[in-house]
Write a protein that binds this ligand. Structure first.
Ligand code: F6R
Length: 358
């Protein structure tokens, strides 16, 4: 049950230190390497391209996975499952279906299309024995535990953590791959992710920030690199449970159109936790110049700049991990905003937890 909580969503946001600890458990070695029981070293030697297929939040996790692979020199792309119509794959393609439920119809049909075209397939899923797990050649479980709220929260962070580890295995196995040089340091930081999430939850000012911008007409979320998927995810969660107009953009795209929407009636959440946070600064400043309220999301040590109207802070960690902490702050902003607006939260209108029709 919900216990002391009014909503499953907040319970599940708060569960992330535990669910992430479960996701990571036994999968990182003492010397800071990845060890996946499902995929011993050498499993993916013949792979030359990775193609993710997924929907919604899982698609955003897949985009995070693409970043990790491309940074390690591995060819990778993510396609929204319902757009995966004529896959260009061969037996050296690894198609990875990312699906919390393992039952999403669009994702299952993309998985089947990849399989029919001759790709090797993996299901990254939360549900043991789900259709995706049974139909794919391999299953990799994210171990987040049951998620009841329609909005995916803890499963997103566990998907990203899982894909980060899978990406390292791939980079290690593939000839084209150059596994990260800072692997030992990176994976010891990843192991501390549950602690960092705990700190983020304990010190969050997301409720006060939400209250301050409750009357805005639009909410924008901007970021670069692996913060781009976090921006998309922040906006999806926000629109899904608050019913307010929200959009996520790659920060560099703002000037190519969306800036026309930026007025004093907008709140812009700008992500500064990644490697290219500096690049987002100019874009956030432009939004500020147009009169929007800019809310910076940054580590404690980052100087956000005078143009920010408010700041959401996260602990200092590796920039490829900090995006997940930023995401926790954005989950809380969505939750508190929806709660103050008295929305349904756990069962938003028109939506189902698992979409089993195409
Ligand atoms: C958003 C949300 C949906 C799902 C999507 C895919 O909060 O939950 O966007 O992420 O329907 O579902 P799965 O991961 O079960 O395939």
């Amino acid at each position: 049950g919900k216990g002391q909580y009014d909503h499953y969503m907040l319970k599940e946001i708060d569960e992330q230190p535990d669910s992430l600890a479960n996701t990571l458990s036994g999968r990182i070695t003492d010397d800071g390497d990845v060890s996946l029981e499902e995929f011993p070293p050498g499993t993916f030697e013949d792979v030359d391209e990775v193609q993710f297929v997924a929907c919604g939040t899982s698609y955003h996790a897949a985009l995070y996975g693409v970043q990790a692979l491309e940074n390690a020199g591995v060819r990778a792309r993510a396609t929204i499952a319902s757009e995966y119509q004529t896959p260009t794959v061969d037996e050296n393609t690894l198609a990875v279906a990312v699906t919390q439920s393992g039952e999403t119809a669009d994702t299952l049909s993309a998985l089947r299309a990849a399989e029919a075209a001759g790709a090797e397939t993996v299901a990254v899923t939360n549900v043991v024995g789900s259709s995706a797990a049974r139909e794919a050649d391999h299953a990799l479980y994210i171990r987040a535990g049951p998620e009841i709220g329609v909005a995916a929260t803890k499963t997103f962070s566990s998907q990203v953590a899982t894909l980060t580890m899978l990406s390292h295995r791939l980079a290690d196995d593939l000839e084209q791959g150059t596994p990260r040089e800072d692997a030992a340091e990176f994976f010891s930081e990843l192991e501390k992710l549950p602690e960092y999430v705990e700190q983020t939850l304990k010190t969050s000012n997301a409720k006060a920030v939400s209250e301050r911008y409750l009357d805005k007409g639009s909410y924008f979320f901007i970021g670069r690199d692996n913060e781009y998927p976090v921006a998309l995810e922040g906006a999806l969660k926000f629109k899904e449970i608050t019913y307010e107009h929200a959009e996520g953009f790659a920060s560099g795209e703002l000037k190519h159109g969306p800036l026309a929407l930026v007025t004093p009636n907008a709140a812009v959440f700008a992500l500064f936790t990644g490697r290219r946070g500096e690049g987002t600064r100019k874009n956030a400043e432009e939004a500020h110049t147009r009169g929007a309220n800019v809310i910076g999301v940054a580590t404690h040590g980052t100087d956000v700049g005078g143009f920010a109207d408010a700041t959401l802070r996260v602990p200092e960690t590796h920039p490829d991990i900090a995006g997940l902490l930023a995401n926790v702050q954005l989950q809380l902003v969505s939750y508190h905003t929806a709660n103050m607006l008295e929305r349904e939260i756990d069962k938003p209108r028109n939506l189902a937890k698992s979409v089993t029709v195409e």
